[in-house]
Design a protein around this ligand. Structure first.
Ligand code: SDX
Length: 431
């Protein structure tokens, strides 16, 4: 944070309050209100945090008006094209692109932590077979704090490092196991001779009865999906992880809280909801009916995969995801996929409609990801678990940044109270 000499003046009740203004390296100035309550005895009110910077961070920068997304200064477009997920993980966690030696060491450490404690298999068995994989992931990741006692002391830098590697390494194994469990197939163990994305595809789709060869184009597309979902500033699930971590809770419990928050259809659950919406629309000729419903104030229906709290322009991830969708469906010979046709026509119709233009509603990261994942053979119930797997590095990086900040305090928002003022108890016979 570069301290500017600028200040903002608040006039209230005949008093003037000078508030410091911080100048970021990018983005809007930030008015520091930390002392406002002590000085003026007032709170500010911003329930959706639309105008509130909840923390200082150097990891990810978004310019919603320009459709810009930077990870440690590198554009998501360049990273998706030239980098790969584990290198992006290194960049998000440590702040710089790794040397050849550094990335080799990092990848080896991740590879050698991909197996789960064998006893955790029994934890899965407690779920019904029709449990949603996100419910399983939330439970199993939370349970990791019961199996990995040697990496829950957040005051120990070495334990923080071990927890970081364990979470990045084991999330694909847990997600694949959650999938296998719901379809009644045996768990497939990770293989150390496979790269991160190939390992995940094999753990999901291999069966003991035959060999499984990973298609390199599909593993590249999978790796790109992981990269596109890696981190996204202070979104709802990341803010959940930060708030949970501010109490000193262990990293596994905090990441489980992030998974639970991501599950919501307004957030990470949108990719599943988006594909289900496209399937419900079914054919191109029904698109006008759904566009009308999305515009109807009395209809709660929204176009899933459209709109964003921050992007009031194209989500740059959607642009890359759309290219991937074309490549994957072309490879699989399903470029005539009816769902993809509906998606492309829906996008065209929505972008041509003044309602969406006025409200700056553009396709977001979830609009095309579901189409790729479905084409790869994933059921819609696995879309958000894959988002959670990808976002784990973002949650962990933001967690690490906060824990290592000496100024860290427990998060404790206040409120605008509109309830009853003090009143006497009334006995039941007098009510
Ligand atoms: C993710 O924060 C992140 O960074 C999240 C994420 C990440 O990487 O972590 O990017 C991932 O969560 C992407 C968003 C996925 N969600 C969806 O696709 C669900 C559909 N989208 C909407 O629910 C909505 O757009 C939100 C929740 C994403 C954003 O909501 P906002 O910014 O709070 O906007 P809003 O609800 O105040 O809507 C503004 C207006 C409203 O109309 P008015 O009340 O002003 O008349 O736009 C309308 C809304 O009715 N609107 C939509 C719409 N989204 C907003 N109308 C139709 N379809 C939609 N999708």
């Amino acid at each position: 944070m570069t301290d500017s000499q600028k200040t903002a003046t608040l006039s209230y009740n005949g008093e003037n309050y000078e508030l410091p203004v911080h100048t970021p390296t990018a983005g809007p100035d930030v008015i520091d209100i930390r002392k406002l309550y002590n000085q003026a005895g007032v709170f500010t009110f911003d329930p959706g945090f639309t105008s509130t910077a909840a923390c200082e961070s150097a990891i990810t920068y978004i310019d919603g008006d320009k459709g810009v997304l930077l990870h440690r200064g590198y554009t998501i477009g360049e990273l998706a094209e030239k980098s790969h997920y584990l290198e992006v993980c290194y960049l998000l966690i440590y702040g710089e692109l790794p040397s050849a030696t550094q990335i080799e060491d990092f990848e080896n450490r991740v590879t050698n932590h991909t197996m789960l404690h064998e006893q955790m298999m029994y934890f899965f068995r407690g779920f019904r077979r029709d449990a949603h994989p996100m419910a399983v992931m939330t439970g199993v990741v939370g349970a990791m704090s019961a199996f990995y006692h040697d990496s829950i002391d957040i005051s120990d830098p070495w334990q923080r490092e071990v927890a970081t590697i364990r979470l990045i390494a084991k999330m694909p194994t847990i997600a694949a196991m959650a999938y296998k469990y719901t379809i009644g197939q045996p768990f497939v163990y990770p293989r150390n001779d496979l790269d991160y994305a190939s390992n995940f595809l094999r753990m999901c789709f291999a069966v003991p009865a035959e060999n499984y060869e990973v298609n390199p184009i599909l593993s590249r597309a999978m790796d790109r999906i992981f990269t596109l979902h890696a981190d996204h500033e202070q979104n709802a699930s990341t803010s959940t992880v930060r708030l949970a971590s501010s109490s000193g809770a262990n990293p596994f419990a905090c990441i489980a809280a992030g998974i639970a928050c991501l599950w919501g259809p307004a957030h990470g659950g949108a990719n599943q909801a988006c594909l289900e919406m496209l399937q419900e629309i079914g054919t191109v000729d029904r698109i006008p009916e759904y566009i009308a419903r999305a515009k109807d104030k009395n209809d709660p229906f929204r176009l899933m995969g459209f709109g964003h709290r921050v992007y009031k322009n194209f989500d740059p991830r959607a642009t890359v995801m759309k290219q991937s969708a074309d490549e994957v469906l072309d490879l699989l010979g399903v470029e005539n996929n009816p769902i993809l046709q509906v998606a492309k026509e829906l996008e065209k119709a929505a972008l041509a409609d003044p309602y969406f233009a006025e409200k700056k509603l553009f396709p977001n990261v979830d609009f095309y990801s579901g189409i790729i994942l479905e084409a790869m053979g994933f059921p819609t119930s696995m879309f958000t678990p894959i988002f959670a797997l990808s976002r784990t590095v973002g949650w962990i990086s933001q967690w690490k940044e906060m824990i290592e900040d000496p100024a860290m305090k427990i998060g404790r928002p206040r409120q605008l109270y509109t309830g009853e003022t003090a009143r006497d108890y009334v006995d039941v016979e007098d009510r």
